[in-house]
Design a protein around this ligand. Structure first.
Ligand code: ADP
Length: 515
């Protein structure tokens, strides 16, 4: 039996976003919560992220703890701390690449920074220096946990080291792969053998995500269903064969949620706190939200909500297909989000045309998202694919019944309402299958009908509120993956040493004239 214990782990958690320092999506939430939960289990965790302009502004304490040279460039590491925790954050300070305000990947015009490949290859190289203990910090990890394409090159580069730490790579969204042309690849000063289809080359481009998928000791996605789905051509974005090849080393671990920030009993952003024993008071949040959004204050009709990035992934097109029918139904809908301009324009038009039924708040608004979760009755997540998804979990905690498509993490976190689950008291939401406006419409009609049956509705709300979406559960599963990665890494090191010993022996023999 293995003697591994998570308390023996020194984990370098590599990420391009951490809430609240910088956030574009769920990765930021994971990067704030998982390291904290791992530390609580006894591991020693350091998070490493680029020192973006906005992130530096938001840090409360910061000290420069290391200066080193990377390919002739002076880099420093600034140490900060994850709010109300002992987890240290190490920010890679290289102003030429990271001292830019706003979104970490896009310019103000909403287009990719042209030097993204250089920025995140530089970041990965800095991570390798830290991981190999070459920056004078007196700390070396035994596990390097990378996330998404921005840190994908780190496991690939570490594989060139003689005794590297174990590497784990988490796929938060396979749709974003970090693809760049050959001319860019040549500028990155990477090992030339990376340009091979078994390495990082992908349809004549360099794929940063392949660095993680090919080279990490273990990979995982953020839900078990998504781990299966990405092995198919429907969800694999061309990487399905590689992922199937690595399926013995690919797991799915559900994200947890920050149960302190997302707790209706203590949430400081909502007008009326409540819990499962005071659920009827939730309605005060609905009235307040309707007032805030200039929607008529009706309690009889359900208030539906949608929060998220306005991109095709989130099933926005299904919503647009369903909207002509939805506006004829006895309900209201609030949308909060930003993203593709055509979606923003269409939603503004719908809201202008049906001001009593539809409200659209364009932008990113953390506190409003809490008031929406607390005030809405039903939450819409008709995603085409969804690696995990967080809002369906927040919704269940806030007694807001989710309507989701049966994909990825949505399938893993919502229990569909049917005769059996109603009878057992397990139903927590409504799941539909087909990616069509009609299927969504059908699910909404079912929900609107159920909403009128107060007994069953409350039962569904309460079942959702009682579910355990804590990070502790997920962190324990990660510790298992780390253990497996460490075993794999040790095997690889043994193999490498044998190879090196054999080479040295051959060399010695030649020198002494044996051959
Ligand atoms: P993804 O990472 O694909 O964007 P997730 O559901 O995993 O989707 O995470 C998105 C996170 O960002 C959630 O915490 C969600 O509440 C938040 N979010 C997205 N858009 C907005 C917005 N416009 N305002 C406030 N929060 C938002």
């Amino acid at each position: 039996m293995s003697a591994y214990h998570i308390a023996m782990s020194k984990i370098l958690f590599v990420t391009s976003e951490i809430y609240p320092l910088i956030k574009t999506g769920g990765l930021a939430d994971v990067s704030a919560s998982l390291p904290r939960a791992l530390q609580k289990l006894g591991a020693e965790v350091r998070i490493v992220m680029p020192a973006y302009h906005d992130a530096l502004l938001k840090t409360t304490s910061r000290t420069s703890i290391s200066r080193f040279n990377l390919e002739g460039n002076k880099v420093s590491i600034i140490e900060s701390r994850l709010a109300s925790s002992e987890v240290k954050i190490w920010l890679i300070d290289y102003p030429q690449y990271f001292e830019r305000p706003g979104n970490p990947y896009l310019s103000q015009e909403g287009i990719q920074w042209t030097d993204n490949a250089h920025r995140f290859s530089f970041f990965a190289k800095a991570v390798v220096e830290i991981a190999m203990g070459r920056v004078g910090l007196g700390w070396t990890p035994n596990i390097v946990h990378c996330n998404d394409w921005q840190s994908g090159l780190a496991p690939a580069l570490l594989s060139f080291e003689i005794r590297p730490p174990a590497t784990v790579f988490t796929i938060h969204n396979l749709a974003y792969q970090g693809l760049f042309g050959y001319s860019v690849f040549k500028q990155l000063n990477l090992p030339p053998q990376f340009w091979h289809y078994k390495a990082l080359e992908f349809h004549n481009q360099v794929s940063f995500i392949k660095g993680g998928l090919v080279y990490a000791d273990r990979c995982n996605t953020v839900s078990p269903t998504y781990a299966q789905e990405i092995q198919s051509s429907e969800f694999g974005f061309g990487l399905e064969s590689l992922l199937t090849y690595r399926k013995d080393r690919l797991n799915g671990i559900l994200n947890g949620i920050d149960t302190e920030t997302w707790n209706p009993k203590t949430d400081k952003y909502i007008p009326q706190n409540f819990n499962s024993t005071t659920l009827p008071t939730k309605v005060a949040n609905k009235s307040a939200l309707q007032q805030e959004l200039n929607l008529p204050r009706s309690t009889n009709d359900p208030l539906l909500a949608s929060i998220g990035r306005l991109v095709p992934q989130k099933g926005i097109d299904l919503l647009f297909e369903a909207l002509p029918q939805l506006v004829k139904m006895p309900l209201q809908i609030v949308f909060l989000g930003s993203g593709e301009k055509k979606y923003e324009r269409s939603l503004s038009n719908w809201a202008r045309k049906y001001p009593k039924r539809i409200c659209f708040r364009q932008g990113y608004d953390e506190t409003l998202s809490h008031r929406i979760e607390a005030g809405a009755d039903i939450f819409l997540m008709p995603s085409l694919f969804e690696p995990c998804g967080l809002n369906q979990m927040y919704s269940q905690r806030y007694g807001t019944v989710p309507i989701v498509r049966r994909v990825g993490g949505l399938a893993d976190t919502v229990i569909d309402t049917n005769k059996k689950t109603i009878a057992s008291g397990k139903a927590t939401g409504i799941i539909f299958e087909l990616p069509t406006g009609n299927a969504l419409l059908h699910a909404v009609s079912q929900a609107v009908k159920l909403y009128q049956n107060k007994k069953y509705w409350e039962q569904i709300q309460l079942a959702g509120m009682q579910r355990d979406f804590s990070w502790r559960k997920s962190a324990k599963q990660y510790s298992k993956i780390y253990e497996l990665a460490l075993e794999d890494a040790v095997r690889k090191i043994r193999f490498k040493s044998k190879f090196i010993n054999a080479q040295t022996a051959a060399h010695t023999k030649t020198k002494s004239g044996y051959r």
